[in-house]
Design a protein around this ligand. Structure first.
Ligand SMILES: [Zn+2]
Length: 82
């Protein structure tokens, strides 16, 4: 198959193009996308790093809040343990 970014041949099953280094799993060439949607903002395919960071941050905040809530509940005897 050929690289969707630069058009150079890449090995079947290769994740990245050896010539330009772009991922080979881009289904649509950027030229076609910009031609079909001229005003659409071209988003990079590898945007998931930000989303992953946001998810990790949210999970961490939720974990801290849960731990703090549990600590407050236990220390005030709301569970009837003391
Ligand atoms: Zn390439």
């Amino acid at each position: 198959m050929n690289c969707p970014n630069c058009g150079m041949p890449v090995d079947d099953g290769a994740v990245f193009c050896k010539t330009c280094g772009r991922p080979t799993n881009i289904s649509t060439p950027p030229v076609t996308v910009s031609r079909l949607y001229p005003k659409a903002e071209r988003k990079p395919v590898t945007l998931t790093a930000d989303e992953r960071c946001t998810a990790i941050l949210l999970a961490a905040v939720a974990a801290v809040l849960t731990a703090a809530l549990l600590a407050v509940l236990v220390s005030t005897g709301c569970f009837g343990l003391f």
